[in-house]
Design a protein around this ligand. Structure first.
Ligand SMILES: Cc1cc2nc3c(=O)[nH]c(=O)nc-3n(C[C@H](O)[C@H](O)[C@H](O)COP(=O)(O)OP(=O)(O)OC[C@H]3O[C@@H](n4cnc5c(N)ncnc54)[C@H](O)[C@@H]3O)c2cc1C
Length: 527
């Protein structure tokens, strides 16, 4: 996923680019990750909503069922369409695609199927692969990974999922919505352990309400085939299910790439060490995406690819900041978050102030018929600086403009309501990949840095809209571009989208004057 945006950016900056790919362009995200899983979730969500709540919404549907092969067909069609788009982008940007498994020969050469590809600079974007636990051998039929589950042509009658991280809870949601009996096992004492603790609690209560059996603090010892299914042995007894899905994280694909001989250092867990410009310890070699660790998310990989390409082209804009990576989990309820959790903020020595707003008080949530969930803002009590935002609730990704629209606007709302302060104090560009967003920091007051001279803050204090802010900046060459944050009016969600660097069909050109001041903007309703 990160490799092709890096290639496009490098090409846009005037570099000659070759892309070596052993599988299919688009990688995990397009073929066995974000896109197919979200396509499946779209079907299961629709089915579940109509089947269980149709009557409440005034729908008459005597028989509501699902046809898994048809869902799988649609999944494949969505992937196929987007894949064509990636192929087109390669042609359009004159990127040479070299098919085959690459191995580094020296700092300027990659061996691919006996052929040598030479370049002044290299970017490693080999991604990650599924991980399993000792004693659990993936057979693709009874004991499966997310790769198998994504590409499956049918749903089992029951499933046991090990791991309540993002992948585990998304599959638990998917199967539960299709009426499959789901047991979710997690070794730690809470679900979605990377998220804020309040989010974990909300998830647990929502999952239990949905009929998913969640067992926390459970250590899996092994699994064996039994009664045309799998018996999972844990330190708290046995669980039987038709299938076992192992969703315990991913490992970097960094072995056998020839990294050692070139001095590319890795962490003990295999992830490649990089600095904030995605440079490895070897001169001329960058690495991006899942293979460098951090948040293993497509938009992060894509953003890192762009940072690396700009660094190589000598056109640095802003370094990669892991703490600004936005996270989305497409379970039911969904989760969106950015920055520190409350605990992380306290551990980092902040005097913390919390702003929490329940979905039950939001008109849109009432209309949607999903009032569970909240927005939680973690701020520094002394400075008012926003440190993190955490949202859990239904359909927070709606409108494809991502939860972060909710996030930033709510930050503004809460600040405005509680402290009378204006909008969020930092500005980012949020862009969409798969409904997620990634921040492209233009200038953040959070860092306390002086804004670069080409950056002009642009704010609007419209009385109707709660709060929003915008930054306009100009790339080292070329026209002024706009950055955007999002806002909310009292009755519905809106996003304001300006023109930015990544291709995005929803982007609108933002008129600006010669000094980069915004002259207008377009409002795109989110739902
Ligand atoms: C089930 C699932 C759901 C997900 N959902 C989301 C989501 O909703 N949102 C989100 O942001 N992220 C999601 N992710 C994560 C996302 O897919 C990854 O973070 C993203 O794909 C990482 O991009 P990458 O470029 O680092 O690696 P990849 O996308 O894996 O790309 C690496 C590419 O390198 C190729 N390759 C590897 N080794 C070699 C070699 N030696 N020579 C040549 N080519 C090689 C591979 O074939 C692959 O095409 C999901 C992941 C999974 C598994």
């Amino acid at each position: 996923m990160g490799g092709y945006p890096a290639a496009i950016r490098a090409s846009q900056l005037g570099l000659k680019v070759a892309l070596v790919e052993s599988g299919k362009l688009g990688g995990t995200c397009l073929h066995i990750g974000c896109i197919p899983t979200k396509a499946l979730l779209e079907s299961s969500e629709l089915y579940h909503r109509v089947a269980t709540r149709g009557a409440e919404f005034g729908l008459k549907a005597e028989v509501v069922g699902y046809d898994y092969p048809r869902m799988a067909e649609r999944r494949d069609a969505v992937v196929g369409q987007l894949y064509k788009g990636v192929l087109y982008l390669m042609k359009k940007n004159k990127i040479e695609v070299v098919a085959g498994k690459g191995k580094l020969r020296d700092r300027n050469t990659i061996d691919v199927n006996g052929k040598q590809v030479k370049a002044k600079n290299l970017i490693i974007a080999t991604g990650s692969t599924v991980k399993t636990l000792p004693g659990l051998e993936l057979d693709g039929q009874y004991i499966i990974s997310s790769d198998h589950a994504v590409l499956s042509k049918s749903a089992p009658e029951s499933i046991c999922i090990i791991g309540a991280g993002a992948v585990g809870v998304e599959f638990a949601t998917f199967y539960n919505q299709l009426g499959v009996k789901v047991t979710l096992l997690e070794a730690l004492d809470r679900m979605v352990p990377l998220e804020d603790e309040d989010v974990s609690k909300e998830m647990l209560s929502a999952f239990k309400k949905a009929g998913i059996e969640v067992q926390l603090g459970v250590k899996v010892k092994g699994a064996k085939k039994a009664r045309d299914g799998v018996t999972v042995e844990t330190d708290q007894g046995e669980v039987w299910a038709k299938q076992l899905l192992v969703a315990v994280g991913r490992v970097a694909i960094s072995k056998d790439l020839g990294l050692e001989q070139l001095g590319v250092q890795t962490h003990p867990n295999g992830f490649i060490k990089v600095d904030e410009w995605m440079r490895t310890s070897a001169e001329g070699i960058h690495a991006i995406g899942d293979v460098v660790g951090g948040y293993l998310l497509a938009h992060a990989a894509s953003h890192e690819g762009i940072v690396a390409a700009e660094d190589i082209a000598g056109q640095r804009l802003a370094p990669m900041e892991q703490n600004l990576v936005t996270r989305c989990t497409y379970s039911h309820p969904q989760i969106a978050s950015v920055g520190m959790t409350e605990k992380q903020a306290r551990d980092a020595g902040h005097e913390v102030k919390i702003g929490k707003f329940p979905f039950s008080a939001i008109g849109r949530a009432q209309i949607h018929g999903e009032t569970a969930g909240f927005v939680k803002i973690v701020a520094d009590a002394k400075t008012g600086q926003m440190l993190g935002t955490h949202i859990v609730g239904a359909s927070i990704d709606s409108g494809n403009s991502s939860s972060i629209s909710t996030l930033d606007s709510c930050a503004g709302t809460i600040r405005t309501c509680r402290s009378g302060r204006r909008a969020s104090r930092s500005s980012h560009i949020w862009s969409c990949t798969t409904g997620n967003s990634f921040p492209r920091t233009i200038w953040s007051r959070r860092s306390g840095s002086t804004p670069p001279s080409r950056t002009t803050p642009f704010r609007n204090a419209c009385s109707r809209f709660v709060a929003h802010s915008m930054m306009i900046r100009r790339p080292p060459s070329g026209p002024w571009r706009g950055a955007a944050t999002y806002s909310r009016c009292p009755c519905r969600w809106y996003s304001v989208v300006a023109d930015w660097w990544t291709a995005n069909s929803r982007a609108r050109r933002l008129p600006v004057d010669s000094r980069g001041r915004g002259l207008g903007w377009s409002w795109l309703p989110c739902s």
